[in-house]
Design a protein. Structure first.
Length: 396
């Protein structure tokens, strides 16, 4: 049981998942994840806002049953169709066939495709449509691609509550508290950077459009589908989303390198040390063979400087660095201060390939070096020069 009043008419009825190792079978969940679901209780009708992942339906129903006799819900609003929220819909409909599912045109198509739910079970809404529940009402904003094409947000004007879907969500289960002012929430912020960059990161422009729609709406609570309900920290989470979706990096440098026998790694350490001498304080170093890609992507998104190093491997880029660069291309990462360092034993390829990738991303490295075999004195100097040029560019 995990129920909490947020306001007099709005209840948290979501669940925690501390068992899944990875979100989307890709992204580690060291602190678990919550699938947030909310109940809005009007004087005439009751709406459930988003469901939960399929295997947690029983817990969801148990929570709902604490508030509503026989789980008698009138509407299920689907702000987002990804199965971490929609997986439970089929079971809910099997048990309660009179529930009307509320979604937009794209949602309805997905409901058919994923769960073979026909339109007679659904209510299609459009931008700014309102459904009254009696004393409270649900207003809908279509906000596509904040994460999937059907994503939308639901606003309860009378309570000044925004149900934002994935937007403003983060990894990390809810450990007792639900609203940010009833628990220590600082540790969720790194998990929000990771959630944004891993899951939503490709969709900077749609996120910007969504943020613009929210500009003139009075919001006391943001209820997203993952992580805490935001009340006291709303400005902070909105600023974070604004910064990340504009690809505005924070002061700092991420160094991502691959290294088979430590020679390329040595350059990474020299670069980091010089960056520190030059006054850079946030320096994150990732050995791509060891750090999970999820955390590398998160830091690469978060900080303004990005330095990538790769040995040449089979006449190509080091495989895991190739994977990282593909992740950056998929997310159309931009506006970084970039530098690259490569190495080779008999024929150079990695450095050129990294720079070609940066060109595709429309970013020109401020410095690049290529090292033959092990570092020489001149390589040490070249590595320091990389750090100097990155530091200079970050300070300008
Ligand atoms: Fe929480 Fe895009 O799913």
């Amino acid at each position: 049981m995990n129920i909490r009043n947020i306001t007099e008419r709005v209840f948290y009825v979501g669940v925690n998942d501390r068992s899944s190792a990875k979100f989307e079978n890709l992204w580690p969940l060291p602190f678990g994840v919550s699938y947030n679901s909310y109940l809005v209780k009007g004087s005439e009708k009751i709406a459930l806002i988003d469901a939960v992942e399929e295997s947690f339906v029983r817990r969801l129903l148990s929570n709902v049953g604490e508030i509503v006799e026989n789980c008698k819900i009138d509407y299920l609003v689907v702000n987002h169709m990804e199965p971490d929220h929609s997986g439970g819909i089929s079971t809910l409909l099997d048990l309660f066939p009179n529930i009307k599912i509320v979604g937009n045109k794209v949602t309805l198509g997905m409901l058919k495709g994923f769960y073979n739910i026909s339109e007679e079970h659904c209510i299609e809404i459009k931008e700014n449509d309102v459904i009254s529940l009696g004393e409270v009402s649900l207003k809908f904003f279509i906000t596509p691609l904040v994460h999937w094409p059907e994503t939308m947000m639901t606003y309860v004007e009378e309570e000044r509550i925004l149900f934002s879907g994935d937007a403003f969500g983060c990894f990390g289960a809810l450990n007792g508290g639900i609203v940010d002012n009833e628990m220590e929430v600082d540790w969720y912020f790194p998990e929000m950077y990771r959630y944004y960059s891993n899951i939503v990161g490709r969709f900077g422009k749609p996120v910007q459009l969504a943020l613009k729609k929210l500009e003139n709406i009075k919001i006391d609570y943001i209820c997203s589908t993952h992580g805490p309900v935001w009340k006291d920290r709303i400005k902070e989470v909105k600023d974070l989303y604004n910064r990340m979706s504009l690809y505005e990096g924070e002061e700092g440098v991420t160094i991502v390198y691959g290294s088979m026998y430590g020679n390329t790694e040595e350059l990474a350490d020299i670069i980091a040390s010089r960056l520190c001498e030059r006054g850079i304080r946030n320096i994150k170093i990732h050995n791509v063979s060891k750090s999970d890609m999820s955390y590398i992507i998160s830091d690469a998104f978060r900080y303004k400087g990005l330095i990538v190093g790769s040995p040449t491997y089979n006449g190509h880029i080091f495989p895991a660095i190739g994977e990282f660069l593909t992740s950056m291309e998929v997310r159309e990462i931009k506006n970084k201060v970039i530098a690259t360092f490569g190495s080779f034993t008999w024929a150079s390829a990695a450095c050129k390939m990294m720079n070609e990738c940066m060109a595709r991303l429309k970013m020109a490295p401020v410095a690049s070096m290529d090292m033959k075999q092990a570092p020489s004195k001149s390589d040490y100097e070249a590595a320091k020069e990389i750090a100097d040029k990155v530091a200079d560019a970050l300070k300008n």
